[in-house]
Design a protein around this ligand. Structure first.
Ligand code: FCB
Length: 440
């Protein structure tokens, strides 16, 4: 049986926290929130299973912040909902929305937790669909204005802020693979979005800092790329996968350039002035967030559009998402950021966790042993990195609550706390108590 007794070996300055996102927990039917691309996608593609109620964090946020405090955690990563703050248009903010985030931030601070807000975790206001969303660089300008607004309204209540959560998901997953809103399947759309979402990040840094000085970061999801075997064609396919999924974003941010291997296939879809934009995209950041879940096994697969690979799962133990446990990948990326990109940048693991087929027992308990094992294996990797001197500063468990897991609706449970989606009752799981036992 696993436990988390290794937590006592972390330095006292190390920040443990938990992460959530607005659309996944808040409940968009409350507080005058406007519609986002996820509401529309849910109607069109997910049989109407949407985030209208989610965990009703809008009304239950005080209880949720207490739950974080009682975990022994020191920080809370959450996201601002753009459609909650600007439901109708880009000019008139929703007072109820502003009040909500004000109350939330005050509650976080009252509990002596550090807020780690994110400006964009995928709930783009639906009105932007009229201008093709992130495919249109005008959306970047609107995002910069929104960033300024957030800094102006709430900027005295937090130090660190992230611009974008997982640009790969915003672009490739949502515009090439079609699995997330808006559900497009076009390489051209994907590449415009891969560029614009980074441009939005760079412009947001300028907008935030024009109001006041913030410690700005971005959150990247890295997926470990394992070649199927040592054949040259599979090794090359793996490099292409890595450069599209991972390096595209980190090269642009840290080096102000896109990786050559990806460019050989994607450059024709980039805007003409993309090199100019890369100067904005590579505006210096103060910290980097790394979300890490799993690996992919990559094989050559010829395709007309040049995306010559396909991925498959291996034979390692899997989570309820069918994602393999591959903790080694976490330390691989921590070291890679430090050695290949920036040896000064503080690294925060902003998401890591697992979906488990959790069941509430008749005596009201949730025994999620698998999750304890998963956390233990990944925290071990971080501890090794710390012992080797890598600047990992914090770790955020995904997630506080079972929530709306995007295209999977409410069927995948990632929380430290079980949620009954009818009554909104919160029930801490065994993994929750295992953290608090060692951290409090
Ligand atoms: C990440 C997302 C987060 C959640 C986890 C499981 O890609 O940032 O919202 O869905 O995966």
């Amino acid at each position: 049986m696993s436990n988390l007794s290794l937590l006592k070996n972390f330095p006292s300055s190390f920040i443990f926290g938990t992460a959530t996102s607005s659309y996944q927990i808040e409940g968009n039917k409350y507080g005058g929130c406007g519609k986002s691309i996820w509401d529309e996608f849910a109607q069109r593609k997910l049989d109407g299973i949407d985030g209208l109620n989610a965990c009703n964090h809008y009304e239950y946020f005080e209880e949720d912040i207490k739950l974080i405090k009682n975990l022994g955690f020191k920080a809370y990563r959450f996201s601002f909902s753009w459609p909650r703050l600007f439901p109708e248009n880009n000019h008139n903010f929703n007072k109820e929305g502003v009040d909500f985030y004000q109350r939330l931030l005050n509650k976080i601070l009252e509990h002596d937790l550090e807020p780690f807000p994110t400006l964009y975790h995928w709930d783009l206001p639906i009105r932007f669909s009229d201008i093709e969303g992130w495919e249109n660089s005008d959306t970047c300008k609107h995002f910069a204005d929104f960033s300024y607004f957030v800094s102006h309204q709430f900027g005295d209540l937090f130090e660190k802020i992230a611009t974008i959560n997982e640009p790969w998901c915003v672009s490739w997953l949502s515009h090439y693979l079609g699995e997330h809103a808006p559900g497009k399947k076009s390489l051209e759309s994907a590449v415009s979005t891969m560029h614009n979402i980074l441009l939005a990040h760079g412009m947001a840094i300028e907008a935030l800092n024009s109001n006041r000085s913030h410690q700005v970061g971005i959150v990247l999801n890295n997926q470990y790329a394992e070649s199927f075997d040592q054949k040259r064609e599979n090794l090359n396919a793996t490099k292409l996968f890595d450069s599209i999924h991972n390096r595209w974003f980190s090269d642009a941010i840290f080096k102000g350039a896109y990786p050559e291997i990806a460019l050989s296939v994607l450059e024709k879809y980039l805007p003409k002035n993309y090199n100019h934009d890369l100067k904005i995209i590579s505006n210096p950041i103060d910290w980097i967030g790394l979300n890490y879940y799993t690996r992919s096994i990559v094989k050559f697969d010829e395709s007309e559009n040049g995306i010559n690979y396909k991925t498959q799962r291996g034979s390692l133990k899997k989570t309820d998402m069918d994602w393999e446990y591959y903790p080694e990948g976490l330390s691989y990326f921590i070291k890679r950021i430090h050695k290949e990109y920036n040896d000064q940048i503080p690294i925060y693991v902003t998401e890591n966790g697992m979906a488990n087929d959790d069941k509430l027992s008749s005596n009201g308990e949730v025994n999620d042993e698998n999750r304890i094992e998963f956390f233990n294996l990944h925290l071990k990797e971080i501890l090794n990195c710390l012992n080797e001197g890598f600047p990992v500063k914090g770790y955020f468990a995904w997630s506080l609550l079972d929530n709306y897991e995007w295209a999977f609706g409410y069927s995948k449970r990632f929380g430290l706390v079980y949620v009954d989606f009818d009554s909104f009752k919160r029930i801490p799981k065994k993994s929750y108590y295992e953290f608090s036992k060692h951290l409090l």
